[in-house]
Design a protein around this ligand. Structure first.
Ligand code: NAD
Ligand code: MN
Length: 357
């Protein structure tokens, strides 16, 4: 029996609701598929922890996570705690502390769902966005001076390193090469941002030589939004900076139906540290506690985690079960339906249970 030891951080808002759903689905799946076992340990870190202890996680938080095979994460954010504290105190502390330099965001239109784009059919939108996850605009470089005075300044400096750009570019080209269309779009803003972004373009050209069978093109990020909306089928694998891909991937999720279905993986491809898996949505205060959060993002996230752990067959079965449920019309309100989190969870568990192995 293969054992995978998973650290679970449900976090804030709807995080605990969707993670509870995801765990129920994952445990049911492990029983059904057999051959592996998930050993779960939960960590109550987040905004409530911050209000009690003055920090989002304990000082030795990273050390306590270090030996796990993966981290399954809900969301952070509290209406009464500043967003930069919740984000930097937990999620970014883990991503950067464990050098999870790839943020992978697959997006496609699941069975039974439709895009808000009038003419976009299921097969027209099947993308993987590769987000640089360790530097760029979220490098944390900058500062404030002369606080409160008219002279006050705030700087927010983006950092691009040759090493950082090269490794994300290699990852993206390799991923594009593994996908059937072997098609990569490199996103920048190298007209207006003429230093780091121009280096990004140059490194793309260099790395492309290692992957002669991959077709690639360049897009400026503003034009990219119109291409995603206007010609979705012209895209396949996409690589962009930390900030640009953050924004593009929310757009991608909305174009595929809802923010509530989209998953993401924060990967350390070298496996020096545990990787972290999370739905891309946040704490969603407006629906917290109502029992209507869409748990599909958390389930799809679970499938990404299983793939990373080498359980490819189980990951495939999980997505088949999820798509049987979305196809059957059991949808939460964000997808225009009336189902609750519980009902969708139960339906996915049933679909797993009744599937032929
Ligand atoms: P959000 O993702 O929490 O919510 C945006 C909208 O999408 C809301 O209307 C919400 O109800 C809806 N939504 C999100 N997930 C859903 C789901 N599973 N099912 C149904 N509807 C869903 O983004 P926001 O409102 O900008 O941020 C709220 C808080 O979450 C902030 O504190 C923010 O900092 C934090 N946040 C955290 C993360 C993270 O933990 N990775 C990501 C984004 C935002
Ligand atoms: Mn985001």
């Amino acid at each position: 029996m293969r054992e995978h030891v998973i650290a679970v951080i449900p976090g804030d808002g709807i995080g605990p609701e969707v993670i509870a759903s995801g765990l129920e689905v994952l445990q049911g799946l492990a029983q059904k598929v057999g051959g592996f076992h998930l050993n779960i340990e939960k960590f109550p870190w987040g905004s409530d922890y911050y209000k009690k202890h003055g920090a989002m996680m304990p000082k030795d938080g990273l050390d306590r996570l270090r030996d796990f095979n993966a981290i399954y994460f809900g969301a952070v954010g509290g209406p009464d705690v500043p967003d930069d504290i919740t984000l930097w105190g937990l999620r970014l502390a883990i991503c950067q502390g464990f050098d999870q330099y790839v943020n992978l965001r697959p997006t496609r239109i699941l069975q039974g769902l439709s895009s808000p784009l009038r003419d976009c059919k299921r097969g027209d939108l099947d993308w993987v966005i590769v987000r640089e996850n360790s530097e760029g605009e979220y490098a944390g470089q900058g500062g404030r001076a002369h606080r409160g005075f008219p002279e006050e300044v705030g700087t927010e400096t983006a950092i691009f390193t040759r090493r950082g750009v090269t490794r994300i570019m290699r990852f993206a080209f390799k991923l594009a090469q593994e996908r059937p269309r072997k098609l990569l779009t490199v996103v920048t803003k190298s007209n207006a941002q003429r230093h780091g972004m121009v280096m990004w373009d140059e490194i793309a050209t260099e790395v492309a030589k290692e992957f002669p069978d991959v077709t690639w093109d360049k897009m400026l990020v503003d034009a990219m939004t119109t291409r995603m909306v206007g010609k979705p089928s012209s895209l396949d694998t996409i690589v962009a900076t930390n900030l640009h891909a953050d924004i593009l991937s929310d757009l991608a999720a909305a174009l595929a139906g809802s923010l509530g279905i989209a998953p993401t993986a924060n990967l350390d491809p070298e496996m020096r540290f545990p990787s972290m898996f999370e739905p891309i949505h946040g704490a969603a205060f407006d629906i917290t506690g109502k029992g209507i959060a869409n748990p599909v993002g958390a389930s799809w996230t679970g499938a990404l985690m299983l793939e990373h752990l080498g359980e490819k067959d189980a990951a495939h079965q999980l997505m088949q079960a999820v798509e049987r449920v979305t196809a059957s019309g059991i949808h939460t309100p964000d997808l225009g339906g009336i189902a609750t989190t519980r009902e969708v969870t139960a339906a996915v568990c049933d679909a797993i249970h009744s599937s032929k192995v």
